[in-house]
Design a protein around this ligand. Structure first.
Ligand code: WTA
Length: 651
């Protein structure tokens, strides 16, 4: 489908009172660009400051001197903004609805008063373990309320949390603990998901074999399952919380003090520790949550992401709680006990905003509409998507079957690095086009550059790489421990701009269409992954000589993982070995990195200088081998014939 044939959807009726309307959008956007100091100076006041800021913006995108500071002389505490300041009016309002994996278990409604008590107790537990301001705390927890308590407890005492997705392997966990030099890791005994359990504590035990032996292990006894226990190292968090004081004074923090580190994949090397700030990040998370989802008092907000990803940070925890919202945390999966679970939860808790990933929509779409039709979804007002481009077919299904044509769909484009939405419709203001993230959020200056000449593409339509022309408060500040890498990754290739790594098209109406990554990052079921990480896991296996990994179009996952593998001399390719490699990658990185297709190859297509021509591998993986382009520079052109003949994707 070309963009010309895609119809525009008007803002549905009933959004006249939205925070942002078509008129106010243009007015505010223009102001945010012409007077960022004034605009963000005013927006910053949505937080409570212990010492107000006098300086708003001090940012520099020049390679070599990159420095990003917002509200730099302001003093605040993030947990006070997410908890304490709501107590006067909202002590008895539900802050978090916890919906457990098993629908037969009762849901929990945690009020702001209870949230406060738990965060304070957990903060005291961390203090009693010797955690101080600036120390790193790794959180390896499932989607349970203790994850929220742990994040906010860190914020309360000025410790920097780094959440590691509970689906990651012991190795991946150990690497992150070591990279940020964490003093403790907070985990749980076991984590039920979709009726099956992950042994988080035993994963953590395995990880801690590869870290300093001073790292403490705080264990949330969530299921009560038996685990090993290392005296002197392991701590029973719940028992300690019970004994701790329910009051812990918040630590005054500078706006630029790091709030958290979150590891994410890049095109090269090991995952980067993305550092977010306390002040600017929180302003941006709160503001985007309010405007993009038109969040109003009394709404029940549900973001289905995991807290292990940035979406969970900004739109389950920090944004909603800074706004005094009711946020839903779901421990389970969309397809268990059946494909109606999401809609059952929406119905049960009267959800008003529902925010999920296109991969989930496609998976549920494949099960048929009867699972949706069974449930009353009349409370839904706004639907959102994030993580990857949404195909118009999935968009239309979401709109017709879930939103019944009366809920605006916000297709939010952003990244771990950006802290919050950068390009997104606003429900009361923006006409939508299925598949387009539409227009920039306030203060965001998207720029389309020609990938080769780096020339700015003025006028519409335009196509090229997507960069951002100036800073916004939610922008990452640095890569943990490696500012040089931060500058090289985002500011070197296109001088003066933040380079997103995404390609895009801007249509005749000025709407943005994200076309996907232009680097070696792939997006599998909304999970971001570096092909280099999967390659290095494969070559770590002693039967593998060489590996190259690319993405290919996958009907449900968006992209699947396609691995080309050359075995060591004398090793026979067998089905057992294929299974062995799949299991190997699962254990090296985690289940989300398991290759979907493995093709054995006697060699890789290389230039005479020995560089693998990934362009060719991508084309073959896409089953588009008729257009390989010029292969004359290859050292051994006949490798290509073998690759085509034995290709795995013939769909
Ligand atoms: C992709 C997730 C198209 C994009 C918040 C980006 C999207 C990467 C969208 C970041 C969208 C995210 N439309 N593509 N609405 N949202 N992406 O860091 O390629 O896990 O660069 O952050 O996901 O993934 P990350």
């Amino acid at each position: 489908m070309t963009t010309e044939t895609i119809e525009k959807h008007a803002v549905p009726e009933g959004f006249e009172d939205a925070f942002v309307t078509p008129d106010t959008y243009q007015k505010l956007y223009d102001e945010s660009i012409s007077d960022p100091e004034g605009f963000w100076g005013r927006e910053g006041k949505r937080l409570d400051w212990i010492e107000p800021y006098t300086r708003v913006k001090d940012t520099n995108f020049t390679f070599g001197d990159v420095s990003i500071k917002w509200y730099e002389d302001g003093i605040l505490n993030a947990s006070v903004n997410c908890v304490d300041r709501h107590l006067e009016k909202r002590a008895d309002q539900t802050a978090i609805i916890f919906e457990p994996d098993d629908p037969k278990e009762p849901a929990q409604h945690i009020t702001y008063a209870q949230l406060s008590e738990n965060v304070n107790r957990m903060a005291n537990v961390l203090l009693s373990q010797g955690i101080m301001r600036g120390d790193r705390v790794v959180i390896y927890l499932p989607m349970i309320p203790e994850a929220a308590y742990a994040m906010l407890a860190c914020a309360r005492i000025g410790a920097i949390h780094s959440i590691v997705f509970a689906g990651f392997s012991p190795d991946a966990l150990a690497n992150r603990i070591n990279d940020c030099g964490a003093k403790v890791v907070i985990t749980a005994d076991t984590a039920p998901r979709g009726g099956r359990k992950t042994a988080l504590k035993s994963n953590t035990d395995a990880a801690l074999l590869h870290t300093s032996d001073r790292v403490r292990c705080l264990v949330v006894k969530h299921t009560g399952d038996q685990t090993t226990w290392v005296e002197g190292r392991d701590v029973d968090v719940k028992a300690q919380m019970k004994a701790a004081s329910p009051e812990c004074p918040p630590r005054p923090m500078n706006a630029e003090d790091p709030l958290f580190i979150l590891y994410t994949s890049g095109s090269t090397g090991k995952p980067k520790g993305v550092v977010h700030s306390t002040g600017g990040y929180l302003v941006y998370a709160a503001m985007t949550h309010q405007y993009t989802f038109d969040y109003k008092d009394g709404d029940i907000f549900w973001c289905t992401a995991d807290v292990g990803w940035v979406t969970g940070h900004s739109y389950i925890i920090y944004g909603p709680l800074a706004n005094g919202a009711t946020t839903l945390m779901f421990e389970g999966v969309p397809t268990w006990p059946d494909a109606g679970r999401m809609w059952e939860v929406c119905d049960k808790h009267k959800v008003t905003q529902f925010y999920t990933a296109p991969t989930a929509i496609r998976a549920l779409m494949a099960k048929g509409p009867e699972f949706v039709e069974k449930h009353d979804l009349s409370t839904l007002r706004i639907l959102g998507t994030v993580g990857e481009p949404i195909n118009p077919e999935a968009w239309n299904w979401y709109n017709n079957h879930v939103g019944k044509g009366r809920c605006p769909i916000v297709d939010t484009w952003w990244q771990t690095e950006t802290g919050g939405h950068l390009i997104t419709p606003l429900p009361g203001a923006t006409e939508t086009k299925p598949g387009s993230a539409t227009v920039p959020f306030f203060g965001v200056k998207p720029v389309v550059l020609d990938p080769e000449s780096a020339k700015v593409q003025e006028g519409n339509p335009a196509e090229g790489v997507l960069c951002i022309g100036d800073s916004w408060p939610g922008q990452m500040r640095t890569v943990w421990g490696d500012h040089q890498r931060f500058m090289e990754t985002y500011f070197q290739q296109y001088p003066g701009y933040y380079f997103t790594g995404d390609g895009c098209r801007r249509d005749e109406d000025g709407y943005y269409w994200i076309t996907g990554r232009v680097d070696d990052v792939i997006n599998v079921s909304g999970h971001r992954m570096g092909t280099a990480e999967v390659e290095s896991a494969l070559v770590a296996h002693d039967k593998v000589a060489e590996a190259a990994v690319v993405g290919y179009p996958h009907p449900v996952k968006g992209q699947g993982i396609y691995a080309y593998v050359t075995l060591m001399n004398g090793v026979e390719p067998t089905e057992e070995l294929r299974k062995e490699l799949e299991t190997w990658v699962r254990s090296e990185i985690g289940p989300i990195a398991k290759p979907d297709l493995i093709q054995w190859t006697p060699g890789m297509p290389k230039t005479r200088s020995g560089k693998i021509m990934r362009r060719i591998l991508r084309k073959i993986a896409e089953n588009d081998y008729g257009s390989l382009g010029d292969t004359s520079t290859l050292a051994e052109p006949e490798v290509v014939d073998d690759l085509i003949e034995n290709r795995m994707n013939r769909g």
